[in-house]
Design a protein around this ligand. Structure first.
Ligand code: PLP
Length: 387
């Protein structure tokens, strides 16, 4: 019997080794991994540059308190701000902490400018922002909140894609609207560019901050961020998962305007921004900032989408819809997603479920067309089996 608290429905398998798009069991079975730590190992398993960087950094310096200047942190923050909308970054260890920091920063901003009554945040049904109490009640998914009351106040939730309800929910106390640019756990639901523009306009009209949670989708869409094509600049963006390439790392990116509230002592973290995590974050950037990297993600994303759509067209009673952008994809299924995932696993391919009977597919960003082809063969085989 396991000594671990039983909070996961774990598959009865473990892996001892990973390389690129593949995971290997102790007895050498090879699995095509399109879970990649749930959108986390964006350079695949054990990418050489990441391995070397972490090894080198671990010989120099692992941890030093944020009471001192951390050069690797300065470097990563500079690169993140130079390449994005952000003017400042604060580093965390996870996505949950990054969304929690976003909530704090939004509230503190209005407090600082003399409008402390503006402290409520509008969120959307089906969202996922993490597992701290505030993040839980921000998303307000009964499956996650049940038994964890009393409810954390400060959030007003509206149905996804319901503009009327959104407008109605806005009042003098609204500080921010927080939404995932691509709803991940909710079923790979993309907020279209025109909606992101509309959200920005609405926020500006009512003096509200726009928080775009990119924890799951950042770096995956052929741009730094999924919102970039909309041309909109949000105020606050929490990121995590892929930005450390598998090393625990989160960050909250903010513009200059909202940074004013976050003065000395207002936030902190023992581990956030440690040199080892920073080295990993910088190593990921070394790779993804190479010329044409994002263009390749976009091209591969189209190839991935085309292949999945062909399978959907061939099996319209199995797959209802192909969702997503770039290399963050979801298949909305007409058969049970759990059953399909199980059968994929029997065919040595790993995928992960989401709400709305969706199967999420997260290849690494350096997946080859050959590996995508392999995925198509396995997915099609299971479609045939389940027909
Ligand atoms: N926000 C979003 C959009 C996520 O998808 C997740 C995790 O799945 C989180 C926040 C929480 O991130 P973490 O699990 O790293 O705490």
């Amino acid at each position: 019997m396991s000594s671990i608290l039983d909070t996961y429905a774990r598959k009865p398998i473990s892996f001892s080794k990973g390389k690129g798009s593949y995971l290997f069991t102790e007895n050498g079975e090879k699995y095509l991994d399109f879970v990649q730590g749930i959108a986390t190992n964006i350079l695949g398993h054990c990418h050489e540059h990441l391995v070397n960087t972490i090894q080198e950094q671990s010989k120099k310096l692992w941890h030093v308190s944020n009471a001192f200047i951390i050069d690797e942190q300065e470097k990563l923050a500079k690169r993140l701000t130079e390449n994005t909308f952000a003017d400042f970054v604060c580093f965390q260890n996870s996505g949950t902490e990054a969304t929690e920091a976003s909530i704090k920063i939004a509230r503190k901003y209005f407090h600082k400018i003399g409008k402390p009554e503006k402290n409520r945040i509008i969120t959307f049904e089906g969202a996922f922002h993490g597992r701290t109490l505030a993040a839980l009640f921000a998303a307000n998914n009964p499956k996650h909140t049940d038994g964890f009351g009393p409810k954390v106040d400060g959030f007003d939730q509206v149905p996804f894609a319901d503009e009327k309800a959104l407008r109605k929910a806005i009042n003098k106390k609204t500080a921010a609207i927080m939404v995932e640019t691509i709803m991940g756990e909710g079923g790979i639901k993309v907020v279209p560019d025109f909606c992101i523009k509309g959200l920005r306009e609405l926020c500006d009209e009512h003096e509200i901050l726009l928080i775009l949670d990119e924890v799951q989708c950042a770096y995956r869409t052929g741009n730094f961020f999924a919102f970039e094509k909309s041309g909109v600049n949000p105020d606050i963006v929490p990121i995590a998962k892929g930005i450390g390439g598998g090393f625990p790392l989160g960050a909250c990116l903010v513009n200059k305007k909202v940074s004013v509230g976050m003065t000395e002592g207002t936030h902190g973290s023992t581990f956030g921004g440690n040199p080892l995590a920073m080295a990993a974050g910088n190593a990921v950037l070394d790779v993804i900032l190479e010329k044409d990297f994002f263009k390749n993600v976009e091209t591969k994303g189209e190839y991935f989408q085309d292949g999945l759509k062909k399978i959907k067209d061939k099996y319209p009673k199995i797959i209802e819809e192909v969702r997503g952008v770039g290399l963050i994809r979801g298949l909305k299924m007409l058969v049970d997603n759990d059953e399909f995932i199980k059968k994929l696993m029997n065919n040595k391919m790993l995928a992960i479920k989401a709400s709305e009977n969706v199967i999420r597919l997260f290849p690494s960003l350096i997946v080859s067309n050959k590996e995508l082809d392999e995925a198509f063969v396995k997915i099609e085989k299971v479609c045939k089996e389940m027909s």
